[in-house]
Ligand binder design. Structure first.
Ligand SMILES: [Zn+2]
Length: 481
């Protein structure tokens, strides 16, 4: 009997091993490469323009908080002066006061237009980090072929690159096949009222774009070192953005006679419990597709796991969860970002409040996130309320859409041996407002592992800027072709 069981188990193991090896071998084909083009050199003025653009303090401090409007107005004057052909040839209108929509009429205005997006507001530089920057954050310093400053990567380089590409093509008397819109948002770093208003204008005027391209994914060599090839992360969807307030209200009083538990204690424990566990992982089709496209180039063990997710899904995801960037592709993330409480060192506060930011996977609802938070905190004294209205994130673009194919094709042209893959943007972008009115919305710009997003020493290489201008030039030249 025992012998029979042993034999059955052995046969089963052999069958499973056979399937695993068969799938892995089937999967091990060479990933296609297409010839790239030589990227034309940039005029010095292009570099200077980005340096100057950084110098405008177009800082979004928070939704509803005042901004230095003069900086935004001056920014547009700078654009008009330095991109004279764009200013003369394209029409523009303002939205939300400071956002702009440019329209470049194509040869076939009856066909669906393309929209290239960027934003020119930036996040503030935390006062405490100012001295950690190697250069002043708003001087637009060029050092070692690298442009430094807040907005260098996020996202003034995109806006400047789009304008550089357009100005150059206009100088060559080019007219696009399709009508092209440039949608430039002034408050992406808060709510994106500007982009929202522009998307509403499209909707009301029944303008239905075929292709929308905004920031989101980029090219990486650092995240797939095993491949020894650059990977273009072409985001077809993004996570939802939603913040909550956790509030505890309890008797405060004199700090000389504290009760066993105070509002701060209760809030603290709530936050600790909240952070003990993540929401369960989800293996979204877009991430599966991404892995399917890089998998054949991976070392044997990873390749085997990707080719056999029916057996190794848990191990594969467990491995990817160890890195915070790839972890965010599998989980709705929940993290406290602001704590407010206390007024004086000898007063126990009555109210303790934390703001928690969540990034919600497509398909997960705000109610599910809230339920998870309640379950984890498990203390009715911690009240959860909405800090901001929930994001409405539309459907993902298909990898078969014109938008995806156009961007994919452009990445082949700008980067030798690149592997383009569909991706999920973990950050929120202005383009979410277009997801319900366009055929395909893609979030991608071709920087390579840009540094300092929302942090210290934000910067991009001159080579990145060069590649970006060429990318947008190709997008413009090939729109509708
Ligand atoms: Zn951005």
């Amino acid at each position: 009997m025992i012998k029979k069981i042993f034999l059955a188990v052995l046969v089963l193991v052999i069958i499973i091993a056979g399937i695993v090896i068969f799938n892995t071998i089937q999967f091990s084909k060479e990933i296609v490469s297409k010839p790239a083009k030589e990227i034309p050199n940039l005029p010095d003025s292009a570099i200077r323009h980005l340096q100057q653009a950084i110098q405008f303090k177009t800082v979004s401090a928070g939704d509803g908080l005042p901004v230095d409007t003069a900086q935004y107005v001056a920014f547009w004057q700078f654009v008009e002066k330095n991109y004279p052909l764009v200013h003369q040839t394209l029409t523009h209108q303002s939205f939300n006061g400071l956002s702009r929509l440019y329209k470049w009429e194509g040869k076939h205005p009856e066909q669906k237009p393309y929209v290239l997006m960027a934003h020119f507001d930036v996040v503030p530089v935390e006062a405490a980090t100012e001295k950690l920057w190697t250069v002043p954050a708003f001087d637009g310093i060029l050092k070692n072929d690298t442009i430094y400053g807040r907005g260098a990567a996020d996202d003034k380089s995109s806006l400047i690159s789009i304008l550089e590409a357009a100005e150059k093509l206009l100088a060559d008397h080019f007219q696009p096949e399709r009508t092209i819109y440039f949608s430039f948002g002034n408050d992406e770093e808060t709510i994106g009222h500007g982009a929202q208003a522009i998307a509403k204008y499209f909707e009301e005027n029944k303008i239905h774009p075929e292709v929308v391209v905004d920031e989101g994914g980029e090219i990486t060599v650092e995240n797939f070192t095993e491949l020894k090839r650059p990977v273009a992360l072409i985001a077809v969807a993004e996570k939802g953005y939603m913040s909550f307030d956790l509030t505890v209200e309890m008797h405060g009083g004199h700090s000389s006679t504290p009760a066993p538990e105070t509002a701060i204690d209760v809030l603290n424990k709530g936050l600790v419990h909240l952070r003990e566990k993540q929401m369960p992982y989800q293996f979204l089709p877009v991430i599966k597709e991404m892995l399917n496209r890089v998998g054949p180039g991976m070392p044997f063990l990873q390749r085997m796991a990707i080719a056999n997710t029916w057996l190794f899904e848990k191990q594969l995801i467990g491995e990817m969860e160890k890195d915070k960037s790839s972890n965010a592709l599998f989980h709705t993330t929940i993290v406290p970002t602001i704590i407010q409480t206390g007024i004086k060192d000898n007063v126990i506060p009555t109210i303790a409040k934390a703001t928690v930011n969540t990034r919600i996977l497509p398909g997960t609802t705000v109610e599910q996130v809230e339920a998870f938070m309640n379950e984890q905190i498990n203390d009715p004294r911690v009240k959860i309320t909405h800090y901001s209205p929930p994001d409405k994130v539309g459907p993902a673009a298909s990898y078969e859409s014109v938008a995806y194919k156009k961007v994919e094709n452009a990445t082949y042209q700008i980067m030798k041996s690149v592997i383009p893959v569909p991706f999920l943007s973990v950050g929120a972008t202005d383009s979410k407002y277009f997801q319900n009115i366009a055929d395909g919305v893609i979030k991608f710009s071709p920087t390579i592992d840009a540094k300092g997003f929302h942090g210290i020493d934000e910067r991009i290489g001159v080579s990145d800027l060069k590649r970006m201008v060429f990318f947008y030039q190709i997008m413009l030249q090939e729109a509708g072709k």
